[in-house]
Unconditional design. Structure first.
Ligand SMILES: [Zn+2]
Ligand SMILES: [Zn+2]
Length: 528
């Protein structure tokens, strides 16, 4: 990539924003503000990946501003959605509330006005802690205030055409009969059991019948109520197949990303926006979904969901932003064990940004600097922070359990890594300490060794396993490298990689003694 071909800060986010703006120009639309939207689920405990949608959309907003446009992020909470299933670990009494809008179900934790508000508050709290700015729009308010009434009207007038198109595009035949709108039954308060069968366009009212339906392959009985609902103010919502389109037009949205789980919905919504509402659909990008490591295992019980709140016990907000801005695809599985690598990767990016580390490739340098700027929400610090390798801190925190901060900080001063403690360093030690306490095993890093290196490692194991405390360990390691015919600095690097998953570290001899010879032998043995 040549200098003049670099867009914005050179990241995928800039490229996306550029494409978006170019498309808007081609469409000839008003460019005075380019709004981006992201949906916030309110049905379950939000996994850290649920933040991804909003965080990345915010990145696009920043990139648009960087290109000279005005922008805004709308964070839309789906809190009028009905509860489809009870999340694992939640109380059983929620059963009676299945299919009711999450905003009208009591908060099982007792701290908010409703189930839905509890869940969306967790998400918003996560966004706030990351420094993401957004305009919060609740689904409940959107419908109560009739913000989509014109779109609902147009969609219902065209329901035949839409029903046929849905069947043709994605094979779902349901809407050839039913209207694409779910009223909330005024008798039992349920959403999906109330089937809308007739629209009265003059009155803008809908006739519905509350009867049995299936939710997540389980039958759910209706209350038998025959009702009528006003689409301009009564509770009810468009089905997902058409709701995005209505929102896009009503809120003038120009960008929305989506996960592949809702690909079909987006396809239909694009068509509805373009052909029915005559509002060219927003620019999209498809992102990969984040999963828990080991799939179900981690989310099994309530306390184990990888939420941003739990993450921030061990890692900084920047480690989350790095996770989410690194790339749009890949990194499919995410867990707490990713924190040490992300913490250290951030330091590495900072080194590159401040020119302390040079990359061979110019494009990579631009991208790394750009990524660093986005992780700092395009407001990077003016001076570089003191860096302490996170894995080193975790190792030290495992050694010192009593008066931990004092001891760990004394050590890293002794190693010559920092000159004095700062509140930031204290905070880092606290994070690493929680990590050391809650997770025993640091994740093993993939390293390939040649035979010479293996030989050196074996010899070091012999020395470390001897009865007597080795004197001059630093020198012995140096001698081992010489004897097997490898550069001492390469051997040191290998040892840092094994012990700290880093290319660098404090003086290796004293570090091994501090960590404990037996523990180091165990780590070394795992690699040969
Ligand atoms: Zn609550
Ligand atoms: Zn009912």
């Amino acid at each position: 990539m040549k200098e003049q071909e670099i867009i914005g800060r050179g990241t995928w986010i800039d490229k996306l924003a550029y494409e978006l703006a170019e498309r808007e120009k081609e469409l000839g639309r008003n460019l005075s503000i380019l709004k981006v939207e992201s949906g916030l689920g309110a049905s379950g405990i939000p996994h850290i990946g649920s933040l991804g949608d909003a965080v990345r959309a915010y990145g696009v907003k920043l990139a648009l501003e960087n290109l000279g446009y005005k922008s805004e992020l709308i964070a839309y909470s789906d809190d009028l959605d009905g509860l489809r299933k009870i999340p694992e670990g939640f109380p059983d009494w929620l059963k009676e509330h299945i299919a009711k809008p999450v905003s009208f179900i009591p908060d099982p934790f007792g701290c908010h006005d409703s189930y839905g508000l509890h869940m969306s508050s967790l998400l918003l709290d996560g966004l706030d802690k990351l420094g993401i700015k957004y305009k919060f729009q609740r689904g409940v308010d959107t419908y109560k205030n009739g913000l989509l009434k014109d779109q609902i009207h147009t969609i219902l007038l065209n329901n035949k055409k839409i029903g046929e198109k849905i069947a043709e595009m994605v094979g779902q035949e349901k809407y050839q009969g039913a209207l694409p709108y779910f009223p909330v039954c005024s008798n039992c308060g349920r959403l999906y059991t109330a089937e809308a069968y007739e629209y009265l366009p003059e009155e803008k009212k809908i006739k519905y019948r509350c009867h049995e339906t299936t939710i997540g392959s389980k039958p759910l009985a209706g209350c038998g109520h025959d009702g009528i609902a006003d689409i301009t103010k009564d509770l009810g919502k468009l089905t997902w197949k058409v709701e995005f389109a209505a929102r896009w037009q009503a809120f003038d949205v120009r960008f929305e990303a989506y996960g592949k789980d809702i690909m079909d919905s987006v396809k239909v919504n694009d068509w509805v926006a373009d052909e029915i509402l005559k509002f060219p659909h927003p620019h999209h990008v498809k992102y990969e979904m984040f999963l828990d490591k080991g799939g179900k295992k981690i989310s099994k019980s309530l306390g184990n969901v990888v939420t941003s709140q739990a993450w921030l016990k061990y890692g900084t907000p920047k480690s989350i932003l790095l996770l989410l801005y690194k790339r749009i695809t890949g990194a499919r599985e995410v867990g707490f064990e990713d924190i040490p690598a992300l913490m250290d990767e951030y330091n590495e990016l900072e080194n590159i940004y401040f020119g302390k580390v040079k990359l061979e490739n110019e494009t990579k340098t631009v991208r790394a600097k750009g990524l660093y700027e986005y992780v700092n929400l395009l407001n990077p610090p003016k001076i570089m922070a003191a860096h302490v390798n996170y894995r080193l801190l975790v190792e030290l925190c495992k050694i010192f359990r009593e008066q931990r901060n004092e001891h760990v900080i004394k050590k890293i001063i002794e190693y010559g890594i920092i000159k004095e403690s700062t509140p930031e360093i204290e905070h880092l030690v606290n994070l690493a300490g929680s990590y050391a306490d809650d997770f025993d095993k640091p994740s093993k890093v993939e390293i390939q060794f040649d035979e010479t290196t293996k030989k050196a490692i074996k010899e070091l194991i012999v020395i470390l396993s001897s009865e007597n405390e080795p004197t001059e360990l630093q020198n012995s390691i140096y001698q081992i490298a010489k004897t097997v015919g490898m550069q001492p600095k390469d051997f040191f690097k290998t040892l840092y990689q094994i012990i700290l998953a880093s290319d660098r570290g404090p003086k290796i001899g004293p570090l091994i003694i501090d960590i404990g010879r037996k523990k180091v032998v165990q780590s070394l043995a795992e690699y040969i």
